[in-house]
Design a protein around this ligand. Structure first.
Ligand SMILES: NC(=O)c1ccc[n+]([C@@H]2O[C@H](COP(=O)([O-])OP(=O)(O)OC[C@H]3O[C@@H](n4cnc5c(N)ncnc54)[C@H](O)[C@@H]3O)[C@@H](O)[C@H]2O)c1
Ligand SMILES: N[C@@H](CCO)C(=O)O
Ligand code: NA
Length: 435
């Protein structure tokens, strides 16, 4: 089937959770891959940090090297797969590979979100392919559909759950009533959360993915620094229970949306309450799901495993096949598209809704004073109810849509009211069509 075509030679950088599964699949599926590509794939070498380490997959020791730079610049390498992660040395290695015309496949969201401009420019200047499906939502085909299948449509909004670890934690808190700390420990015991869980629980991982998604969806350059980011560490069991009581569930969402006038985009990652009837509410455990809303396509939903060695390697393998086919056809995949050049507007200009719980004194006139603060900022209240009485009273308010800046100024003023003992919780509400 491959007509004796010479093999395409693959250099793998990094052999951890994802890399070891890439090695396994390249071996196990060699015949099918060759048939699909029209030429066999051959592993030219695997760059690792330490030679002697025990690995999940058996690798011919002769393929291992600690000289990643030497490997990517070898003449007999056609395709470089970067699954080391982080900014350096990943960036220098990718640039070195591209400068020699090699095709690059990477899963590195951190690098693409921080300095995608440099990597994409190098791909363009050297006529090299750059594929990165695994960088966002692991196995779920999402970037290729956005870059290619939807290239003829006009995307309004991308909204989703793009971090499995935090979804697992929030799901446990919701289903068992666990505290954040207990749910995090469970996620760590199961291998979802890393020993240092900061990138996940503080929303950095999701923010990098949001930047990549927004850039592709809106044909603009978006970096991690442009993304408004809030993590889930402050969410309490009480927040989760009270959301549940009102028919909501708390999820960490990534939201990339055009402004109402279409002149700018908002890109944000933060926890939000969504109705339990919303399709994203049913995304349990460590799964990911992303909605794309486009002018002609309408609403599309992408769902599946956003992390894990084998699922992520599936996306990497798909990219390897794509770049291999391109090499054989002497063509290239699509370049980065940033022609629309939309700017990211500040979070304060984003239109959101708030759910607010206030510990208040239960006496006449309190509600009127609270309502006055909202009206001063032109924020309209949708519902208000009181829970408890006397010294234990709580006012729970849900607003209509307003500027996030007006909503957060309202909260600041409420904090200063002497009748408000504490602002017990503030959470944005998403996913219902309330104006
Ligand atoms: N694990 C997942 O579920 C997942 C999902 C999507 C994307 N990703 C991305 O895939 C990439 C790899 O993630 P991972 O989970 O496999 O990480 P990992 O830490 O398990 O593997 C990275 C490997 O790279 C090696 N390494 C570090 N510096 C090196 C160097 N200079 N030369 C050679 N090897 C070096 C490390 O020793 C390690 O084995 C990251 O960019 C990550 O964001 C991972
Ligand atoms: N740590 C990420 C997986 C890698 O993108 C997650 O929990 O979804
Ligand atoms: Na993906």
């Amino acid at each position: 089937m491959t007509d004796g075509k010479p093999a395409l030679r693959v250099a793998l950088l990094g052999c951890g959770v994802v890399g070891s599964q890439v090695v396994r699949l390249l071996g196990e599926q060699a015949d099918d891959l060759a048939a699909r590509i029209g030429a066999p794939l051959e592993l030219a070498g695997v760059a690792v940090r330490r030679l002697g380490r025990r690995r999940d997959t058996e690798i011919d020791p002769a393929l291992l090297t600690t000289d990643a730079e030497g490997l990517v610049t070898r003449d007999d390498v056609d395709i470089v797969v970067e699954v080391i992660g982080g900014i350096e040395p990943a960036r220098s290695l990718i640039l070195a590979a591209m400068s020699r015309g090699k095709s690059v496949v990477t899963a590195n969201k951190a690098l693409l979100a921080e300095d995608g401009a440099t990597i994409h420019a190098a791909a363009r200047e050297n006529g090299a392919d750059l594929y990165f499906e695994a960088s966002v939502a692991g196995a779920i085909p999402l970037l290729r559909p956005l870059r290619e299948s939807m290239a003829g449509d006009h995307v309004h909004r991308v909204l989703g759950i793009v971090n499995g670890t935090t979804n697992y934690i929030l799901d446990k808190m919701d289903s068992t009533g666990a505290s954040f700390t207990d749910a995090l420990e469970e996620a760590q015991a199961l291998g979802y959360a890393e020993a240092d869980p900061t990138a996940d629980v503080e929303g950095f991982d999701a923010a990098a993915k949001a930047a990549i998604l927004a850039g592709i969806a809106f044909h603009s350059r978006v970096t991690a620094a442009d993304v408004h980011r809030e993590g889930i560490t402050e969410i309490t069991a009480t927040d989760v229970a009270s959301a549940k009581g009102m028919g909501y569930v708390i999820k960490l969402l990534a939201i990339c949306a055009r402004s109402d006038d279409g002149g700018s985009i908002g890109v944000r990652v933060h926890p939000a309450m969504i109705p339990r009837t919303h399709p994203l509410a049913g995304v349990r455990e460590a799964y990911n799901a992303v909605f794309v809303e486009a002018q002609s396509a309408g609403r599309l939903m992408f769902y599946g495993a956003g992390a894990g060695g084998a699922p992520t390697a599936s996306a990497v393998l798909g990219d390897i096949v794509a770049v291999a086919r391109n090499r054989i056809a002497k063509t290239r995949g699509p370049e980065e598209s940033t022609y629309a050049d939309l700017k990211v507007h500040p979070m304060g200009d984003t239109i959101t809704r708030y759910h607010v719980s206030l510990d208040v004194a239960d006496k006449p006139g309190v509600l009127a004073k609270v309502a006055e603060v909202f009206s001063t900022h032109d924020v309209s209240i949708q519902t208000v109810r009181q829970e408890g009485r006397g010294d234990d009273a709580q006012l729970v308010l849900v607003t209509h849509r307003a500027n996030d800046a007006a909503l957060s100024a309202t909260i600041e003023d409420l904090q200063d009211l002497d009748i408000v003992r504490a602002v017990a919780s503030v959470m944005r509400v998403e996913g219902d069509d309330t104006p």
